[in-house]
Design a binder for this molecule. Structure first.
Ligand code: AMP
Length: 466
């Protein structure tokens, strides 16, 4: 792409922002930044397909700051906001807010962040004098709006971040309600890891004549992740993980479990083995999560055990090691998980511990990532229950979310439940349980094609680096 700017100075950003970018140590814009920044500056709506780890936050924050600081005379009145960034999780909201502070440090703009799980009153106080940028999670924002603590009559820019995850987490109704409260004249930026039919339907009512940006998967950081798996008996997973951490002297490991209970149990096991570990999941208070994350970042805790939803938005530079203790039920979560490592040009490793009854889940993941994950044998842990073969990779269908045994049905919101399993509500508002890997569910009834060892060449390869 010869006409894509390769320097931050070519993007039309002001000196105050370029200086902040230099302070962060960024040398060249990432592909999403090179495309999104000039488009946002020009005032266009955009729809961008970009995963976490691509540098998308700076992609929308930098031009947003510039637009707000250069439109003169738009003094924000009390309880009003000029730009709203909606994001699915508290951690992500906090992270974006930190980024805004950092990129905007040479500008005179005010921003704040609101999310649930903490007291609402201090948030109301902060909103009282009005803010230029508000970062929020949908539920808490709706509460604040209903209590008239926030008004949108001065809103200029609306950003929906991680839209696919918003739908997954069941926020669609809150988002739609909030959107009806926004002025019609506004700039809209929509970010999503994937553009499923559901996301496109949401986009229809949100963006006008958007510039569609897609970061080529081959350029994405996921390519730099070395992915591998080891087959292991379910019962021996804690032991193999401990073995690998000790043997390789891993210093910072993010471990994913499917359930909150599983996260707690594994954390106890690791601690009993003399390792420092902490768990973060939806049952932990915001304070406990922040504390665990800080300890993990500063190295006093080496292993952070997380459920998918809690881990969303964790931003740790140079995170070298991600472990899937359990495979996720939803194959796309695998992509989100491994996106925690090898961020913005760094390399990382993603290891999955796979037991025999997770074969269906593995197939779903390999289909979504369009490649087979390399298998390695750990001599001491050869499983008694052998893990079946992978299947040939079939190309993904254009425009259709990949179907796997564990893929949720379109339109069903998900929430994290006590046991960490997810369920959602169907169109009638009835609760629906998500699929579990047990005999008799949809996935195990699915016909298992024989592995023929061949299959079409991966269309969208995310290659592990050796
Ligand atoms: P994001 O996809 O926005 O979550 O960003 C992922 C990580 O990349 C964050 O840790 C950013 O600080 C970092 N980052 C963003 N843009 C750049 C860049 N142009 N060069 C190097 N690192 C970057």
């Amino acid at each position: 792409m010869s006409d894509t700017p390769t320097n931050f100075t070519d993007l039309g950003l002001s000196e105050a922002l370029l200086k902040a970018v230099r302070d962060k140590g960024y040398e060249t814009p990432s592909p999403i930044q090179a495309q999104a920044i000039p488009a946002v500056l020009s005032g266009r709506d955009i729809m961008a397909a970009a995963q976490t780890g691509t540098g998308k936050t700076a992609g929308f924050t930098l031009p947003l700051l510039q637009r707000l600081s250069s439109s003169t005379g738009n003094k924000v009145s009390s309880n009003n906001v000029r730009a709203l960034i909606l994001t699915p999780t508290r951690e992500l909201a906090a992270q974006i807010s930190v980024n805004i502070e950092e990129y905007g440090k040479y500008l005179n703009l005010h921003s704040t962040v609101v999310f649930g799980g903490v007291k609402i009153n201090p948030q109301m106080m902060r909103l009282r004098q009005g803010v230029d940028i508000l970062v929020a999670t949908p539920g808490r924002l709706l509460d604040l709006y209903n209590q008239r603590a926030v008004k949108f009559s001065q809103l200029e820019v609306f950003i929906l971040d991680e839209a696919d995850r918003m739908l997954d987490m069941g926020f669609i109704r809150d988002i739609k309600k909030l959107m009806t409260a926004l002025p019609k004249e506004r700039q809209n930026l929509l970010f999503s890891a994937t553009f499923s039919p559901d996301i496109r339907a949401l986009a229809k009512g949100m963006v006008n004549n958007p510039l569609e940006i897609s970061v080529d998967a081959e350029n994405s950081t996921a390519e730099k992740v070395t992915q591998w798996l080891t087959a292991v008996d379910k019962k021996r997973k804690p032991a193999v993980l401990t073995h690998l951490i000790k043997e390789n002297d891993w210093q910072q490991v993010l471990v994913f479990t499917k359930t909150k209970h599983g996260a707690n149990k594994l954390t106890k096991h690791l601690e009993a083995e003399g390792l420092t570990a902490a768990a973060i999941h939806g049952n932990k208070s915001q304070g406990a999560r922040t504390k665990a994350l800080a300890a993990f970042k500063d190295g006093s805790v080496k292993i952070l055990v997380a459920t998918d939803i809690a881990a969303r938005g964790i931003d740790i530079d140079l995170l070298p090691q991600v472990v899937n203790f359990d495979l996720p039920n939803v194959p796309e979560d695998y992509v989100h998980r491994i996106g925690r490592t090898a961020r913005a040009g760094n390399t990382g490793q993603a290891l999955s511990l796979v037991c025999a009854d997770e074969l269906d889940l593995l197939w779903g993941i390999e289909h979504v990532i369009q490649q087979h994950i390399e298998r390695k044998v750990i001599e001491e842990f050869i499983p008694a229950n052998e893990l079946g073969e992978s299947r040939a990779i079939k190309p993904l269908k254009q425009g259709k979310p990949p179907k796997s045994g564990k893929h949720q049905e379109a339109g069903k919101g998900r929430v994290e439940h006590k046991d960490g399993q997810r369920s959602g509500r169907n169109a009638n508002g009835n609760n629906t349980s998500s699929n579990k890997a047990k005999p008799g569910n949809d996935s195990s009834r699915r016909k298992k094609p024989e592995y023929d060892g061949s299959g079409p060449k991966p269309r969208r390869a995310i290659r592990p680096t050796k």
